[in-house]
Design a protein around this ligand. Sequence first.
Ligand code: FMN
Length: 313
Amino acid sequence: MQMTALQNGRMSSTSAAVESDNDTAKAQKNYQIVQDVGNFEEKQAKRPDFDHSKPIEVTKSPYPQWKYGEGVPDNGASLAQKHHEIDPYAPDRPMINNYRLLVSGIAPRPIGFISTVNSKGEKNLSPFSYFQVLDHDPPMFIVGFSSRPGRVKDTYRNLKETGECVINTVSENMIEAVNASSIDAPYGVSEWDVSGLHEEPSTTVKPSRVAESVFSIEGKVVDIKEFTDHQQPGMSIAANVLIKATRFWVKEGTADADYSHIDLEKLRPIAQLGGVSYGRVVSTFERPRSKWDVEVPKSETLQKLDASKPGVN
Ligand SMILES: Cc1cc2nc3c(=O)[nH]c(=O)nc-3n(C[C@H](O)[C@H](O)[C@H](O)COP(=O)(O)O)c2cc1C
């Protein structure tokens, strides 16, 4: 199947270009990722105002008296419900159903707000929630770039071209600006201007940091995986990018003295949920991590497991 210049970076003939334009137009028709939310302003007007002063409440955990082996207490009704099996690649399963299932089911997701530049130095800033920190030693991050009709995402193109970025965190007060920066601006148009957010210089990479973010991570691309086997006609290639941190920046007054812990009250992270929903962290609880040797004497269940472990008797 023919791919476009931006899909695979190498195209020569005019006929190939016409064919790929047709493919792109067809793909565009079937692409419903950006959800039609009806009259959003009307819906939003009926909702309570955002409470900026809401403190984060710390409660007990759901079952503070939980014991080893207890599973989920009082969960009989849920266990009686069976699961429905889905083959994500079934020929009659539309891609959009997998998208909706994954973004509503794998939630909350953090948002990596990624600043890049292309080889000409033109700036780009866009949010990505197929994003996660993978390790701390070395500090590693992953971002997933979805396929779409026509050209690849500018952020992906820039990462491929220059290998550099800054990953910025998103706090509650930033969400309108961040959401707006996901607009499909023409290549080379800077979402810094769309969002009105402010730039701060970076040390180890060319793209700027977001001044409003509590935490920014300068990083360099260490690996890219393109899913060539999965590419559909008219659609750009999907890719995962692995990024290694080269610098951290933490806003003063938001962390402890040795910059080893960011205060949740200051970070106020936004989570992406399904559809066009975002979530706040408004309530937390704690559960200490356990150690086998400390816990065994306190629990009959663990004592039985300990006695039956391989090598005993
Ligand atoms: C909160 C949020 C999270 C998003 N996450 C992703 C993502 O993980 N992967 C992706 O390909 N697009 C994601 N998008 C859509 C991109 O931000 C959008 O396609 C944007 O136009 C890409 O910009 P670029 O072409 O300048 O890189 C997300 C949008 C929003 C608002």
